[in-house]
Design a protein around this ligand. Structure first.
Ligand code: MHF
Ligand code: KIV
Ligand code: MG
Length: 289
């Protein structure tokens, strides 16, 4: 009698080969290390990663935290916003990243609709990211209103990174891509930050918050803050890698710095290959059996 084939559970297969395969495993970054870095005044870096080679390369480069962002909705699946991406779509990407990162802390980003309804919904979703995706912790968007969810996950052994300021999953409620916490609304950002810390979050992302407000929040909190469009006073920084390394083209948010032109490199490589095939110069004798 044959049993239906089940996927191998996370961590049972051989590790995917990486550029650093064969060298001893570096010490894993853990949530408490980020807090210790804050206490020592050391900055840390976080990037998105959605697949094996990005994860292995960023890990080798010493990026401390890899976020399997719900921004995969735009940057992997081609949607216009982060709203349509599902848990079932994100979990295989999370698994690819957690299998490929040797040192970095891997964060699973809970997508829209998978945790807002209740603390129980949040726990069941987050547990899937940990069990099936191999994530070391999860991220969710929201401040004061997410306290019950953060408390539930934390009590259940799931470390939580919060995300306040501009929260893309609420872009329709917030009225578009807008800086949050200007003027008198800065009190809201500080209240959200203190609420998520009080609920047990180990870190908090602040997105599109004025630099002085982000600085004030960073000094007020004992947990590390991670900025994206939140100035230089945060304890860490995060960017979407396709933005920072120039795979994505077109208009970029002001907070993006472009470190490379991956789009240009890929475009030229693909053109050269197409030209070679058309001209009959690839494959050569050295590529032929
Ligand atoms: N590729 C990518 N990069 C991101 O940073 C990102 C995603 N995708 N997907 C999910 C969210 C959406 N995010 C966005 C998207 C656009 C702006 C933007 O256009 N900002 C403008 C307007 C700011 C304002 O009006 O004050 C800017 O100039 O920064 C910001 C954040 C951040 N996240
Ligand atoms: C931009 C970061 C913070 C994010 O949440 C994502 O990429 O999904
Ligand atoms: Mg996100």
């Amino acid at each position: 009698m044959s049993t239906p084939e089940e996927p191998a559970p996370y961590g049972t297969g051989p590790a995917a080969p990486s550029p650093s395969a064969g060298t001893p495993r570096p010490k894993r970054v853990r949530t408490h290390h980020l807090r210790e870095m804050k206490e020592r005044g050391e900055r840390f870096s976080m990037l998105t990663a959605y697949d094996q080679y990005a994860a292995a390369t960023f890990d080798e480069a010493g990026i401390d935290v890899l976020l399997v962002g719900d921004s995969a909705s735009n940057n992997v699946f081609g949607n216009e916003t982060s709203l349509p991406v599902t848990v079932d779509e994100l979990i295989p990407l999370t698994r690819a990243v957690s299998r490929s990162a040797r040192r970095a802390l891997v964060v699973g980003d809970l997508p829209f609709g998978s945790y807002q309804a209740s603390p129980e919904q949040a726990y069941l979703t987050a547990a899937r990211f940990m069990k099936e995706g191999g994530a070391h912790c999860v991220k969710l968007e929201g401040g004061v209103e997410m306290v019950p969810q953060i408390e539930r996950l934390t009590r259940g052994g799931i470390p939580v990174m919060a995300h306040i300021g501009f929260t893309p999953q609420s872009e329709h409620a917030l009225g578009g891509y807008r800086v949050q916490g200007r003027g008198e609304t800065s009190a809201r950002v500080l209240a959200d930050a203190e609420a998520v810390q009080g609920a047990g979050a180990f870190a908090v992302v602040m997105e599109m918050v004025p630099g002085d407000v982000a600085g004030e929040v960073t000094r007020a909190l004992s947990i590390p803050t991670i900025g994206i469009g939140a100035g230089a006073e945060c304890d860490g920084q995060v960017l979407v890698w396709q933005d920072a390394f120039g795979l994505r083209t077109g208009t970029m948010a002001r907070f993006v710095k472009q470190y490379a032109d991956v789009h240009g490199v890929l475009l030229q490589a693909a053109r050269d290959y197409a030209d070679d095939v058309r001209a009959g110069t690839f494959p050569g004798p050295e590529h032929t059996f």
